[in-house]
Design a protein around this ligand. Structure first.
Ligand code: FEO
Length: 396
């Protein structure tokens, strides 16, 4: 039995699950794997929408032939060129030499750049329609969701939106592929971790794309990753709007770097005081142990952020620096921010933390703590004041 699944009478999921890759983009852990969703539209003419990572080409071709047998494919529509989706373009072109590759100007430029393919293109512009014979596809250019060429494809007959990375998430599709076949709670953190780590930087562009689609009657969302949203597509649209606006919940993340527990002692004292102030969601992360993708996800989720770091070789602790760079790059904003630095003979950790606050345009609460060697009662008292101020800040 093959794994082909009908989405509507003429639209099929032909994607694959990746349970092998450790790090998505060689950066982001995949404890629950990731699905590369591809779709086949079987009209008078046959089209496929996006491909899959090239290491899955055999399963992918099997899925395609499971639907159309030895019939040819007329069009390969490329919504997004990142190689987790475009990786099989060359193999598809070899298998179906007469296929027309459909994309906008930037897409086709990437197709040549990545795969050396120079012809057999069908270029589309924003709002263009492709007729598959009784079934029309409309293209919406949605740049920077998540690369400059990204676009979405809308099947006007079945009211299905093929959205590329947008509305996607990490996690394999283990049997069920539709939102109503799955326990979405199982996927929720992986969907938000996908958003915050991969797409979140481009929140304003996501909002622009959603606004552009406002008038479109979307019955089903077929993202390039994660569940297919057919029973309640508004659920994932609302989540993406909330996350793109960086609307956060009550709670505080404390991320710390500490070599010999002296900085950590202040973190413990601060966390305890936050609890006394009535904060129930307190997430304490050691940057040496927890992968930054999980920390970034919770930083996105909660209003409060406290960063505590020792100094290392006249700079901030390197793994803290890594986290700060990613948070700066992702344009994190609207945080109630507390800073705790520590040092033994030179105090650069606090300087870097203050620089981070400036980079994200956030005035930290006072005191900005700087501890020498090991905390004394004075530092613990300052931690209590800091926790109180952060708690007040997130309740405002
Ligand atoms: Fe799933 Fe931006 O690639």
């Amino acid at each position: 039995m093959n794994q082909i699944t009908s989405i509507t009478d003429n639209i099929y999921w032909i994607g694959v699950n990746d349970r092998e890759t450790e790090l998505f983009e060689a950066l982001w852990p995949l404890p629950k794997g990731v699905a590369y969703n591809s779709y086949l539209i079987d009209g008078e003419k046959v089209a496929i929408v996006d491909t899959v990572k090239n290491s899955y080409i055999n399963s992918y071709l099997r899925n395609i032939k499971g639907v159309i047998g030895d019939r040819p494919i007329d069009y390969l529509i490329i919504n997004h060129m990142e190689p987790d989706h475009s990786g099989s373009i060359k193999a598809i072109k070899n298998e179906y030499p007469n296929i027309k590759i459909v994309g906008n100007k930037k897409t086709l430029n990437f197709v040549e750049g990545f795969y050396g393919i120079k012809d057999g293109f069908h270029e589309v512009k924003d709002g263009d329609i492709l007729d598959l014979g009784g079934r029309q596809l409309k293209f919406y250019l949605t740049p920077m969701v998540h690369w400059p060429e990204t676009m979405m494809t809308y099947d006007q007959q079945d009211k299905v939106l093929f959205s590329g990375d947008a509305f996607g998430g990490f996690g394999n599709l283990d049997g069920g592929i539709f939102d109503d076949e799955l326990n979405i709670e199982f996927y929720e953190d992986e969907i938000s971790r996908y958003f915050t780590n991969i797409v979140g930087k481009y929140g304003p562009m996501v909002l622009r794309a959603i606004s552009k689609l406002e008038e479109v009657d979307i019955q089903t969302i077929c993202s390039a990753h994660g569940p297919i949203w057919r029973s309640n597509p508004q659920y994932i649209i609302d989540k993406y709007v909330k996350w793109s606006n960086q609307e956060a919940e009550d709670g505080v993340v404390i991320a710390y770097g500490s070599m010999y527990s002296n900085t950590e002692k202040m973190v413990e004292a601060t966390a305890r005081q936050l609890a006394k102030e009535g904060i129930k969601n307190i997430r304490v992360y050691n940057v040496s142990k927890t992968h930054m993708s999980y920390i970034i996800n919770d930083v996105w989720r909660y209003k409060g952020l406290i960063l505590a770091s020792c100094t290392y070789n006249t700079g901030v602790f390197p793994l803290m620096d890594n986290l700060l760079r990613f948070l700066e790059n992702k344009k994190i904003k609207n945080k109630t921010l507390g800073l705790i630095g520590s040092y033994s003979w030179s105090g650069e950790s606090r300087d870097r933390l203050k620089d981070f606050a400036a980079q994200i345009n956030c005035e930290p609460v006072h005191p900005i703590i700087e501890m020498k060697c090991a905390p004394t009662e004075k530092e613990f008292d300052d931690c209590a004041i800091l926790a109180k101020k952060v708690a007040e800040g997130i309740k405002e």
